[in-house]
Design a protein around this ligand. Structure first.
Ligand SMILES: [Zn+2]
Length: 302
């Protein structure tokens, strides 16, 4: 009897080992989600991101290679809140992989379990171009939300691969420890600038600025997704002069023309910040992305 039990145990262990060697194929829409999936999934997952960190995640040019990734994926992780609405639905349709469609176990929308800011109180008129109709989708730029995202990824990976649940749990705890330590460092570096007023190009930093106690008083875009207009630019220049605002924060993929013009009129400086992992050399995981942004921002605010 004992022998049979032992043989069975060995067989099960052998099988789970075989399964473990066969990595879960995860596709993410952004490199931030890819980085957090790697933190939790370790060597049990193979992760590919469709969007690159240097691209505006609202607008990704479709490529045939994305279809192949989606077709073979076990799990698709998305930002949600319509961030990907302009490009993901047709790719999903064409990939014909029912396992990763919304509602399937292989589809994970991590906006479900995080803090969302700028939730609209009234119906948003899409014709006005607001690309944040369900609340702000740039929520990953807050270390507390990164942990909340990682927890959801752990839950889903464990559901898809129960034999590796313990491994994912240990990886998640290790990540939590490292990001909590890093967060203490970031908060200490940003502490002298508490309440500093800034302007950002797009409304993409509300979670970041809330976490670090910065005050965003205006945007270069008249509305999220709308290109700068002369009237709005003049109003913004007046506001910045009145409130003595010294920093305009923008992503590398926006046109510098208007921010540079505003800076010339107000004496402010344009600071390029990186909204995603992979947006700049060296920012190749979530913690390194924040290291870089905090270093650049503290230098600009000093
Ligand atoms: Zn946006």
């Amino acid at each position: 009897m004992k022998r049979i039990a032992l043989a069975l145990a060995l067989l099960i262990a052998g099988t789970s080992h075989l399964f473990a060697a066969d990595k879960l194929k995860v596709v993410t829409t952004t490199e931030d989600l890819a980085s957090l999936t790697r933190e939790v999934g370790g060597d049990r997952v193979e992760v590919n991101s469709i969007g690159r960190g240097y691209q505006d995640p609202h607008f990704i040019e479709p490529k045939p290679s994305f279809l192949l990734l989606l077709k073979n994926a076990d799990l698709l992780v998305v930002v949600g809140l319509e961030l990907e609405i302009g490009w993901l639905p047709p790719l999903l349709d064409q990939s014909r992989n029912n396992n990763i469609r919304p509602g399937a176990t292989g589809h994970l929308d991590v906006s479900q379990g995080v803090e969302i800011l700028d939730r609209p109180t009234a119906a948003v008129n899409r014709s006005m171009g607001d690309v944040h109709p369900l609340g702000n989708p740039h929520y990953w730029l807050d270390p507390a939300n990164a942990v909340r995202i990682a927890i959801q990824i752990r839950n889903r990976l464990a559901q898809l691969r129960p034999a590796d649940a313990g491994y994912f749990e240990q990886r998640l705890n290790d990540f939590k420890g490292r990001i909590n330590e890093a967060n203490k460092r970031w908060l200490a570096a940003m502490a002298p600038f508490k309440g500093a007023k800034i302007v950002t190009y797009h409304s993409s930093w509300p979670n970041f600025t809330k976490h670090f106690n910065l005050d965003v008083v205006g945007y270069v875009e008249p509305k999220p997704g709308i290109t700068p207009s002369p009237t709005h630019t003049l109003e913004l220049i007046n506001l910045m002069k009145e409130q003595k605002i010294k920093v305009i924060l923008m992503e590398p993929y926006f046109d510098r023309k208007t921010p540079d013009f505003i800076a010339a009129q107000t004496g402010a400086k344009v600071v390029v910040m990186y909204p995603s992992v992979g947006a700049v050399a060296g920012a190749d995981d979530y913690i390194k992305l924040f290291d870089r942004n905090v270093a650049d921002l503290t230098k600009a605010l000093r």
